[in-house]
Design a binder for this molecule. Structure first.
Ligand SMILES: C[S@@+](CC[C@H](N)C(=O)[O-])C[C@H]1O[C@@H](n2cnc3c(N)ncnc32)[C@H](O)[C@@H]1O
Length: 260
């Protein structure tokens, strides 16, 4: 399971920017499915759009986070949600569409897992994933710099580590899909997101990349840490009259087991 907590409210603050890659991903799926599953579905709003798109399909979502799943259940969507850990969960052979948006970057060794999922995909099945490709962006470099400084390294403990390189490139995923006999469609997009408000990059990373850090720090340390990080992020991403530009690179891979 993900060993840190998720906050659906914080994550949802930039829902429009966060949902755009999901729609870009699923736009490449040309299916008329009976069963659909969303792996790492989070709070379920995006999973629900799959049920809107394919009203005759059974749509399911799995996630490890209780807080995310509680929010999903409150949405009263025509989707079955359940708790599962993507490090071990295998959808098997009965789903026509397997989607995962912004989740596998949290799952160590997901190359092997995706190989197994691709291998199980039925004829005419689709596997579509999106992961962030921004681990070398200033935002992430600055977070790594700050957590490595003595005060924060001590507060976070000797066993704390942020993974530097948790994803493959798009063609890396394409190679995995192709090796399992799928037709491959991969690409990357950098979204020049214009974020409103004060400290929007800090607010953004509080919803995702900082989750493991925030789970470890005491309340007092958290306030100081965010203050310190916020100053550096403001310098790296200066506010402009129309907002703060926060470029965000994302990797996409879609595989299709073509019926011959
Ligand atoms: C960035 S959110 C994305 C949520 C949703 N797919 C979306 O696009 O809005 C990442 C999600 O992956 C889930 N996740 C991370 N590691 C997981 C694991 N090992 N098993 C299941 N879910 C996991 C988190 O709980 C979280 O809901």
């Amino acid at each position: 399971m993900a060993k840190f907590g998720w906050d659906p409210q914080q994550y949802g603050r930039f829902a429009d920017h966060r949902s755009r890659p999901f729609f870009d991903l699923v736009a490449r799926i040309d299916a008329d499915p009976g069963r659909v599953i969303d792996l790492g579905c989070g709070s379920g709003e995006l999973t629900a759009t799959l049920a809107d798109r394919w009203p005759n399909a059974t749509v399911e979502g799995v996630d490890s986070s209780e807080t995310m799943l509680t929010q999903a259940a409150a949405g009263d969507y025509p989707v079955t949600f359940r708790q599962a850990d993507l490090t071990t969960f295998m959808p098997g052979t009965s789903y026509d569409v397997v989607v995962s948006n912004a989740a596998y970057q949290w799952v160590e060794g997901h190359e092997t897992i995706l190989t197994a999922i691709a291998s199980d995909l039925p004829i005419d099945g689709w596997l579509a994933i999106q992961v962030p490709g921004n681990f070398d962006a200033p935002s992430h470099r600055i977070i790594r710099e700050v957590v490595a400084e003595e005060r924060w390294a001590t507060a976070l403990g000797p066993d704390f580590a942020l993974r530097h390189d948790p994803v493959l490139t798009p063609d890396g995923y394409g190679d995995i899909f192709a090796a399992e006999g799928l037709a491959v469609d991969t690409w990357e997009t950098t979204y020049n997101q214009v974020l409103p408000g004060d400290d929007p990059v800090l607010e953004w990373v509080k919803g995702t990349a900082l989750r493991p850090v925030l789970d470890r720090l005491s309340t007092v340390d958290t306030a100081d840490f965010l203050d310190d990080l916020g100053t550096r992020l403001r310098a790296a991403y200066p506010a402009r009259p129309y907002g703060t530009v926060f470029p965000f690179r994302r990797f996409f891979a879609v595989g299709h087991r073509i019926r011959h």
